[in-house]
Design a protein around this ligand. Structure first.
Ligand code: ADP
Ligand code: TRP
Length: 331
C-alpha cells in the first residue's frame, strides 16, 4: 500500500485553514493509504519556544488531530522528536545538499528577514529535516498546501540525489497530494487572501459558537452588486468560498442567485455562514475538550505512534547505512 506522510508545526491551535486545507484530507486518507501524521516539534525550534510552550502545544495539536477524526488504529500519529532515527537521516541529506540551494528557498529568505538576529543553521536546513521526515518512511504522497511546494522540491532532490550517488532505486520521489486539481485555500475574513496564524485572522476549531458568530459577522463586505450577474470582488468571493466549504449546494445556489439578481443581503449571508460553520466546529470542539483532558490517552497514543514510526524509520536507516558503507547493525 502506498505511504502518506504529513505534519503540522505545534505553534498554537488548529484553525479552519489547517482543518479544511490539510487535516480533513488526512482523515479521508487514513482509510485508503498507510498514513503517518506527525507533530513537527523539532521544526518549531527555529523560533525558540519555551519548554512549557512546546509541551502544551504538542498536546494541543495531538488532541485536535484526534478530535478532527484521525484514528490511531488507522494512521500512525506521532511526535517528531520521539523518532531519533530522523536525525541521522537528516545528517546524510545535509551532506548532499548545497548551501546555495538552501539559501534560495523563499521561506528561508523570508524568515531570515523577519528574525535577522537569529538566522541559525536549523532555519537554513529546515528543508533537509523535512526531507528526512518524509523519506524516512519512503512516503509517496504528502498532503500539504501550495506554500510547501519548494520544500517538497528539496525533498524530491534529496531522494533523487541519494539514488544517483549510490546508483540505487531506494527512495520514491514524494509528490504533493491535492484532493482537487487546485489546492484549497481558506481565505481570511478580514479581506486578506489566506487564513493564517501570523495574519491574526483565524477562526479556531476550539472557538465557541458565540466567538465564531462574532468573527463571521465582522467580515468585510462592500456596497453590494452594482449590476445583475456581475463578477464578485475578492472580499465577497471569500464569503462564497466559505459557503462552498461548509454549506450545502442548495444554500450556495440560493445566495449565488441573490447575488446575480442584486437582492443579496450580506447580513443574512453571514448569519448562514456562521451557523453552518458552528455546525461543523461544535462537535469537533466538544471532542477537543474530551481529548485534551485525557493526558493518559494522549500519552498512550503518542507512545504507540512513536513505536510504529521508529520501526518504519529504522528500517529505512538500516538500509541507508548499508548503501552508504556503514555497519547496518543498529541497536
Ligand atoms: P499557518 O499558515 O497558520 O502558520 P501552517 O503553516 O502551520 O499554518 O499550516 C499547516 C498546514 O495547514 C499546511 O499544510 C498548510 O498548507 C495548511 N494551511 C494553513 N492555512 C491554510 C489556509 N488558509 N488554507 C488552506 N490550507 C492552509
Ligand atoms: N513545513 C511544514 C509547515 O510549515 C511542516 C512540516 C515539517 C511538514 N515536516 C513536514 C509537512 C513533512 C509535511 C511533511 O507547515
Amino acid at each position: 500500500m502506498e505511504k502518506v506522510l504529513s505534519g503540522i508545526r505545534p505553534t498554537g491551535h488548529l484553525h479552519l485553514g489547517n482543518y479544511f486545507g490539510a487535516v480533513k484530507s488526512f482523515v479521508k486518507m487514513q482509510n485508503e493509504y498507510d498514513c503517518y501524521f506527525f507533530i513537527a516539534d523539532w521544526h518549531s525550534l527555529t523560533t525558540c519556544p519555551s519548554p512549557e510552550n512546546i509541551r502544551q502545544s504538542v498536546r494541543t495539536i495531538l488532541a485536535e488531530y484526534l478530535a478532527c477524526g484521525l484514528e490511531p488504529d488507522k494512521a500512525t500519529l506521532y511526535v517528531q522528536s520521539d523518532v531519533r532515527e530522523t536525525l541521522e537521516i537528516y545528517l546524510y541529506f545535509n551532506m548532499n545538499t548545497y548551501l546555495g540551494e538552501l539559501e534560495r528557498v523563499t521561506t528561508f529568505k523570508e524568515k531570515a528577514r523577519k528574525q535577522p538576529d537569529n538566522v541559525n543553521a536549523g532555519l537554513l536546513t529546515y528543508p533537509t529535516l523535512m526531507a528526512a521526515d518524509i523519506l524516512q518512511h519512503r512516503a509517496h504522497w504528502v498532503p500539504v498546501g501550495k506554500d510547501q511546494e519548494q520544500n517538497m522540491e528539496m525533498a524530491r532532490k534529496c531522494a533523487r540525489r541519494f539514488n544517483n550517488i549510490y546508483k540505487v532505486e531506494f527512495f520514491p520521489e514524494p509528490q504533493n497530494f491535492y484532493f482537487s486539481d487546485k489546492a484549497l485555500k481558506v481565505p481570511g475574513l478580514d479581506g486578506s487572501g489566506k487564513m493564517g496564524k501570523s495574519d491574526g485572522n483565524c477562526i479556531y476549531l476550539y472557538d465557541e459558537d458565540s466567538v465564531i458568530r462574532k468573527k463571521v459577522m465582522k467580515a468585510l463586505t462592500d456596497n453590494g452588486p452594482q449590476a445583475p450577474n456581475s463578477e464578485k470582488p475578492e472580499i465577497i468571493q471569500n464569503l462564497f468560498t466559505f459557503l462552498q466549504i461548509c454549506s450545502s449546494k442548495e444554500t450556495y445556489d440560493y445566495f449565488d442567485e441573490q447575488w446575480n439578481n442584486c437582492t443579496i443581503r450580506y447580513g443574512e449571508l453571514k448569519k448562514q455562514i456562521a451557523e453552518d460553520l458552528c455546525k461543523t466546529v461544535a462537535p469537533i470542539r466538544e471532542r477537543i475538550r474530551e481529548f485534551s483532558s485525557n493526558d493518559e490517552l494522549l500519552e498512550k497514543i503518542s507512545r504507540q505512534g512513536a513505536e510504529k514510526a521508529r520501526e518504519s524509520a529504522a528500517a529505512t536507516l538500516r538500509e541507508m547505512r548499508q548503501i552508504i558503507g556503514f555497519n547496518p547493525e543498529l541497536r
